[in-house]
Design a protein around this ligand. Structure first.
Ligand code: RI2
Length: 309
């Protein structure tokens, strides 16, 4: 079973599996494999799940969807610790399947709500690659809205290329820009809306997303362009209610520049930044449109199990 867990850990760490929702789903599926291992007692099964959960959580530190999914499944395991192993396997497998289905239906609900917000002829700018944002944009297009999209390339790993490829393959007119052209493009092309995904959303309404997002939000504020975040509630951080913030992942400098190319120069490669709640107009969640000031209430309502309330 260690092999399965190690493989998922490596896939997430190396970003072979990436995107805040996808890493949470990959970890959930792996915990289901652990639940179905041949340990003799329920206690041993829970021990195995706890070990696997700890390892998987350490694969990437910034997207709270990963620990949220794992904590939820471990919480469900604890609640069922009194039942026999066979029944426990069946029950937990069903709960994990249900949890994954809920995440997928959250995604499609956000697409539906988000598509209503997009207007005919909108020019939308997005950053990085978010399945949630792409699904929402594709839904608006399928609804008959004649939209166009501008994608940043998203250095250093160029996830913007994935976005551009997906959207243009869907038939949507798509333009790729370098990250540093964001302000110019927003001003000269007259972008109507910026829509991005999220990795972690704090109780304060501040939001952690791919490096460069906060600069784009500042530009949007200056130019009076709507700045919209599309994210499932799994990306809300209950720990932030207790003052705890996620660690901003610092990745290998080799992603930025070939090692040894600039001897003596230090390279920083933070993968995420924090966008101030004041620069965010709305969050689109599966529960509807939420202003940054309402995140606190949604967190308390939806993550009561984690907070013991
Ligand atoms: P979905 C990604 O992180 C991006 O920051 C993206 O905005 C966010 O996850 C949400 O993605 P990375 O894994 O869950 O590329 O909307 O570092 O797909």
């Amino acid at each position: 079973m260690g092999n399965v867990v190690d493989k998922t850990y490596r896939d997430i760490k190396s970003m072979r599996v990436r995107g805040a929702l996808d890493i949470a789903i990959a970890a959930s599926k792996t915990l289901k494999r652990v639940v179905n291992s041949d340990a003799k007692s329920t206690h041993q099964l829970i021990q195995g799940m706890t070990r696997a959960g700890k390892k998987l959580k350490s694969a990437r530190p910034t997207a709270v969807s990963l620990p949220n999914a794992i904590n939820y499944i471990l919480h469900t395991a604890d609640k069922n610790s009194h039942i026999e192993p066979e029944e426990f396997r069946r029950k937990l497998s069903g709960e994990i399947d249900k949890f994954i289905m809920e995440q997928k239906s959250a995604l499609s609900r956000i697409a539906e709500i988000g598509a209503n917000i997009i207007e005919d002829n909108d020019l939308i700018l997005t950053h990085c690659n978010s399945d949630t944002v792409n699904m929402l944009i594709e839904r608006a297009w399928d609804d008959g809205k004649k939209i166009k999209v501008v994608c940043t390339e998203t250095r250093p790993r160029y996830q913007g290329h994935i976005t551009a490829k997906e959207l243009s393959t869907h038939g949507i007119p798509t333009t790729l820009i370098v990250d540093s052209a964001a302000h110019l493009a927003m001003k000269e092309l007259k972008i109507d809306k910026v829509i991005v995904g999220a990795d972690t959303i704090y109780a304060s309404g501040d939001m952690v997303n791919k490096i460069g997002t906060s600069q784009i939000a500042l530009c949007a504020r200056e130019l009076d362009i709507d700045f919209i975040v599309a994210a499932e509630s799994i990306k809300f951080s209950p720990q932030s209610l207790m003052g705890s913030m996620v660690k901003i992942e610092e990745r290998d400098p080799a992603e930025v520049i070939k090692s040894g190319k600039l001897p003596g120069v230090k390279v920083l490669n933070p993968a995420f930044d924090i966008t101030n709640a004041e620069h965010i107009d709305i969050f689109i969640t599966e529960f509807g449109v939420v202003p940054p000031g309402a995140v606190y209430h949604l967190l308390r309502e939806k993550f009561g199990w984690e907070l013991g309330i």
